[in-house]
Design a protein around this ligand. Structure first.
Ligand code: RNT
Ligand code: ZN
Length: 419
């Protein structure tokens, strides 16, 4: 870190100290909070099954050159991105990112060995690993239904796929010596107004019951259920809505996933975290950014991101919340997309941790809302940037915009050569 930045940090440290915040301690704490980073930003959610197009109500748009075409490229790209992102990183895989060694493996028959090369790579690089079942982009999901399908054969196929992924996740957890999280996102839904919502939801419940009947050690795998308001081609009804899963998770003691892009435009997950924590064993977060119809824009440092981070930090339940990212943008440099989004969630967490929370809570309890608002507003212009730079420096990643030079260089040397 250059001299000016060091000086700025010293001043910032003093300023925060006056508010009762120990910036060095905050930096040490944040360094160890794992962030799950989605592998699918690197290749536009294609995976390595060599099968059909992306379906299931999600879309990537744009054709920025240089997308990863195989496991090796995706790994190299992620290593580059990771070198620009401070903090502990886990890579989140989807089942379709298996290493099938050129042989096609049906999704209900995937095995732990198909992910061994990922485990080896993650260990070598000091990354954690998570894995999700892939219930989309498949001939058996083409008519819009998987775990709620009325055809028992198809439904069974998807149950078996999720169970297979469940066992793989537990295996990965054991290999990595820490919990491997899985997000269950089931795209099932109707384009037009359905008649039998109840029947589909009952079948989804039954499928989940069968899946969770296969026990895994919660030390090594936990699964979160992710609701959604609508998808492209499933505008009228999503079987796995947030209400459905909140009810299911509360009743059956499962983790809930909240994706910040999956709600009505004025509905925010920052207001849902405390409720979900109260009635479920824990949460997975898919931190994303909704824009119009899309739920998956690159995460920016906006008010809702700050509010999400504040809720995480203020909840005192960080051990029950697994923070993950979910966005995919094919219209900009994909490594930059990873770096921007992941640096932003880190920024938001740092910003939240630099808050004198107890003081604010006391003001609130004393109904001193004037002071609460005044203080919250003053905090916004504290010398945050200096602490952020110090955090990046401590983590050995570039401060400020310097990371972008690395991306440009990599684009020139590596990405632009991919045809
Ligand atoms: C889709 C969900 C889901 C996916 C990933 C690829 O709307 O958010 O989480 O984005 O599983
Ligand atoms: Zn998601």
């Amino acid at each position: 870190m250059n001299k000016n930045r060091e000086k700025m940090y010293e001043l910032a440290r003093e300023a925060y100290k006056e508010c009762g915040i120990d910036t060095d301690a905050v930096i040490e704490r944040l360094k160890n909070v794992p962030i799950s980073i989605q592998c699918w930003q690197g290749d536009d959610v294609k995976g390595f099954e060599n099968s059909g197009p992306l379906t299931g109500g999600i879309q990537t748009t744009g054709n920025y050159p240089g997308a990863a075409r195989n496991i090796e490229e995706l790994q190299k790209d992620f290593e580059k991105a990771a070198s620009l992102i401070p903090g502990r990183k886990k890579l989140c895989l989807h089942a379709i990112y298996l290493d099938n060694k050129g042989e096609s493996v049906p999704r209900d028959q995937i095995k732990p060995e198909h992910y061994d090369s990922w485990i080896k790579w993650a260990k070598k690089n000091g990354f954690g690993l998570n894995i999700d079942p892939t219930c989309f982009s498949h001939p058996y999901s083409e008519d819009g239904f998987t775990l709620s399908h009325h055809d028992d054969k198809i439904r069974k196929f998807w149950i078996d796929h999720v169970i297979a992924t469940r066992k793989i996740a537990e295996y990965i957890g054991k290999e990595m010596g820490e919990v491997c999280t899985s997000n269950y996102w089931i795209p099932d839904g109707f384009k037009d107004i359905p008649v039998d919502r109840k029947g589909y939801r009952e079948r989804l419940e039954d499928s989940l019951d069968q899946i969770f009947a296969v026990e895994v050690d919660p030390k090594y795998n936990v699964a979160g259920l992710e609701g959604k308001v609508f998808g492209i081609g499933a505008e009228s009804c999503t079987i796995g809505s947030n209400d459905f899963y909140l009810g299911y998770c509360a009743k059956k003691n499962q983790f809930l996933t909240l994706d910040s892009g999956h709600f009505h435009p004025t509905e925010v997950i920052s207001d849902k975290i405390s409720t979900a924590l109260q009635f479920t064993p824990g949460l997975l977060l898919h931190v994303s950014r909704p824009v119009r119809w899309d739920s998956d824009h690159v995460v920016i440092f906006d008010d809702e991101l700050k509010a999400i981070a504040q809720e995480i930090v203020r909840s005192n339940a960080m051990d029950r919340i697994h923070i993950g990212l979910d966005f995919f943008d094919a219209s900009i440099n994909r490594i930059a997309a990873w770096a921007i989004g992941a640096r932003n969630i880190q920024k938001a967490l740092l910003f939240a941790m630099l808050e004198p929370t107890q003081l604010l809570k006391n003001l609130e309890l004393n109904m001193n809302y004037t002071h609460r608002l005044a203080l919250l507003e003053e905090l916004k212009t504290m010398p945050f940037e200096a602490v952020w730079d110090k955090y990046c420096d401590v983590c050995g990643v570039p401060c400020g915009i310097e990371w972008l030079n690395e991306v440009d260089k990599y684009e020139q040397e590596v990405l632009s050569k991919r045809k």
